[in-house]
Ligand binder design. Structure first.
Ligand code: MTE
Ligand code: MO
Length: 412
């Protein structure tokens, strides 16, 4: 725009709206006036070699919960899903879960060993792993402990803490089936052990059928190399299966003829059932959803029409439908699913809602392509009891109070 044009535009605009407030003072730079940042040059292109969010977004960060954090090296941080749109989690906001802290790994010093029941054991450098044919897939990853603090009642005041142990990234890597062909897996091999190069040397057993199907070894996350805290330089991606089996800092894959019964599949990541027995190897994240707008962190302001929006996912495939209730589950309406709707991926749903200013109970219910329906808390407790920690995928209720604030509540 030339100076003459700008002047004409500004004068024209000024004529059309109320006269400008006298400068300086609040609103002095609002249209049709000129804000200060238009009066000087901005930062140069070399100011931020690696960009960061606006300083005004400084509260959009991962957060921990004090009472869950005995030591930060063996704990979890939560994704601020209340502040995110669409389905992709930016790398710096992905929740992180460590059993022994995030190691600092020099990729030149890292190797992936593939051995056990194979014809040709391999010791690969990271560069060698990256030479194989690659694929990119968008998948959610959820720690099965997500929501595990609320089996007996609501206690976390915020969707970041009730549902934030989840992220969704585009991962790039090589399919395990490609690596399996390379090493020549013996016919009696039926399980794989994956080991991480962290201080916890975290290990998990995986059945071969899943490994052949869609498991891959990733080196990229949303286009750039994996973040150190998410597994740099290599991690296993096990689509739709609980976060724990997605071994970070992957250093070893061993083929065997049975599960290894490691710590993370015996003393942890098993589920105590009401009869006192424990369920093992549950693996799949079953269909789940949550409204992220509004939520305790995002109250609403006065009666009127709002967009209600949230996330749905299933470890069994695509989301087929999401229903939303504004009256605690008595009546349901089907929300719009925003494309892309991908398998084992977060799906964004949206539905308009006209609020009359009275107390309302908002819920969402996901149905996946297998026909599985997200259970109510009552239905889930009837099967699983309240001793469990993992895989709490029940319908979430937000109470919108008459002042527009939102509380985490449970409807019996
Ligand atoms: N080597 C290793 N892999 C690991 C872990 C770990 O502590 N060490 N944590 C697991 C758990 S419990 C989860 S939920 C996911 C979390 O992945 P993220 O930190 O990228 O969110 O990584 C899994 N992979
Ligand atoms: Mo986890």
């Amino acid at each position: 725009m030339s100076d003459v044009d700008r002047k004409t535009f500004l004068l024209g605009a000024a004529a059309a709206v109320t006269p400008a407030p006298p400068a300086p003072g609040p609103g002095a730079g609002l249209p049709p006036n000129v804000p200060d940042w238009m009066k000087t040059l901005g930062k140069g292109v070399d100011a931020d070699p690696y960009g960061a969010p606006s300083a005004f977004e400084k509260d959009v960060v991962r957060r921990n919960v004090d009472w869950l954090t005995a030591t930060t090296e063996s704990s979890v941080s939560f994704t601020p899903i209340q502040d995110l749109d669409g389905i992709i989690t930016p790398n710096g906001l992905c929740f992180v879960r460590h059993h022994g802290g995030a190691p600092t790994i020099d990729p030149a010093q890292h190797r992936l060993m593939i051995h056990g029941l194979v014809d040709r054991p391999l010791l690969l450098t990271v560069e060698e792993v990256k030479r194989f044919p690659s694929q990119s897939r968008i998948h959610f990853m959820e720690c099965p402990a997500n929501g595990g603090m609320e089996w007996r009642g609501a206690q976390m005041q915020g969707v970041q803490f009730t549902h934030g142990m989840i992220h969704c990234c585009e991962w790039t890597g090589v399919k395990l089936s490609v690596l399996m062909n390379e090493v020549g897996v013996k016919s009696n091999a039926s399980w794989i052990l994956a080991e991480g190069a962290d201080a916890a040397a975290m290990t998990r057993s995986l059945p071969m059928a899943k490994a052949r199907d869609d498991v891959f070894v990733a080196w990229s996350q949303n286009g750039e190399r994996l973040r150190p805290e998410n597994g740099y330089p290599l991690r296993l991606i096990v689509p739709g299966w609980q976060g724990n089996v997605n071994v970070k800092w992957l250093r070893r894959l061993k083929f065997g003829d049975g599960p290894w019964e490691t710590r993370e599949e015996t003393s942890k990541y098993t589920e105590l059932m009401p009869d006192g027995k424990a369920r093992q190897f549950t693996w799949v994240n079953e269909a789940k959803s949550v409204i992220t707008k509004p939520c305790p962190e995002k109250p609403i302001h006065g009666p009127g029409t709002y967009e209600v929006s949230g996330l749905a996912w299933s470890g069994r495939g695509k989301i087929a439908r999401v229903d939303v209730s504004f009256d605690g589950g008595d009546n349901w309406q089907t929300a719009a699913l925003a494309p892309p709707v991908l398998s084992k991926c977060l799906t964004r749903f949206r539905i308009p809602w006209t609020w009359n200013g009275r107390t309302a109970f908002l819920q969402s219910r996901a149905i996946d392509e297998t026909g599985y329906v997200q259970p109510t808390l009552e239905q889930l407790r009837a099967v699983r009891g309240v001793n469990a920690i993992y895989n709490k995928n029940a319908i979430q209720t937000w109470r919108v109070n008459s002042d527009g604030t939102v509380d985490n509540v449970q409807i019996a």
